[in-house]
Design a protein around this ligand. Structure first.
Ligand code: FMN
Length: 210
């Protein structure tokens, strides 16, 4: 039996990302490069590639993104999890989070102000298209104008092997690593050959027999 609970943001799991941004003057403490953590992020269109991040007006980053109309979505790995959490509980209005966390701001393709985080394996450069005021959050709708991927994630054919990145997810207030691969797009109807080629070999159950 399922129990009806009050309506809330129960959609889980979601990606948790580090959004980097900056104002027009990177040398001024109020507009220096900054990072905030965002769980309300999503892909909203394929052609052109578009994403959204929902940010409260009270966040320091809200003002920076409005100023330059740019931001970068940086994917988060297990290694970056603690820094990601920190960026979600401390404000860039009071400190330089790049400096504090020893993260490196690096030029992002297609953007003039917002830096990418060099330590993130995948950084998505975004240009603001629209701001939709929803209530608690403003949804920043943006077009993807560039993507930077760690070369170590590319195989010899140039395929991006994201499964090697060690990405994390966010589920009901907690961070998780991703588990085993269960299948691929269309695997429920794939041919035996495709399954053999693309599915990881099944782990053999350990026998207790001696
Ligand atoms: C896991 C996690 C997810 C968060 N998701 C969001 C979000 O989607 N939108 C938002 O406005 N704030 C979110 N926050 C809170 C901001 O990241 C936090 O208030 C941050 O300190 C704002 O930084 P800033 O003032 O430097 O912009 C989240 C925090 C955490 C820890």
């Amino acid at each position: 039996m399922k129990i009806n609970v009050s309506p809330s943001t129960m959609l889980n799991p979601v990606p948790v990302v580090m959004v980097s941004c900056a104002g027009k003057n990177p040398d001024h403490p109020e507009t220096r490069p900054n990072i905030l953590t965002v769980a309300w992020a999503g892909t909203v269109n394929s052609e052109p590639p578009m994403v959204s991040v929902s940010i409260r007006k009270s966040r320091h980053s809200h003002e920076l993104i409005c100023q330059t109309q740019e931001f970068v979505i940086n994917l988060v790995t297990k290694k970056l999890a603690k820094a990601c959490d920190y960026c979600g509980v401390r404000s860039g209005a009071n400190e330089d989070k790049f400096l504090k966390l020893e993260l490196t701001p690096q030029e992002a393709p297609g953007l003039s102000y917002a830096p990418q985080i060099a330590e993130s394996p995948v950084s998505i450069s975004c240009k603001l298209r629209d701001i939709i005021e929803l209530g608690s959050h403003d949804m920043f709708l943006a077009e993807v104008v560039g993507v930077s991927v760690d070369e170590k994630l590319m195989d010899e054919k140039g395929k991006i092997c994201l499964e090697k990145a060690g990405l994390i997810a966010y589920c009901h207030g907690e961070y998780f690593t991703l588990g085993e691969m269960l299948g691929f797009f269309g695997y429920s109807v794939a041919s035996k050959e495709a399954l053999k080629r693309r599915m990881p070999p099944k782990k053999s159950k350990k026998s207790n027999k001696k």
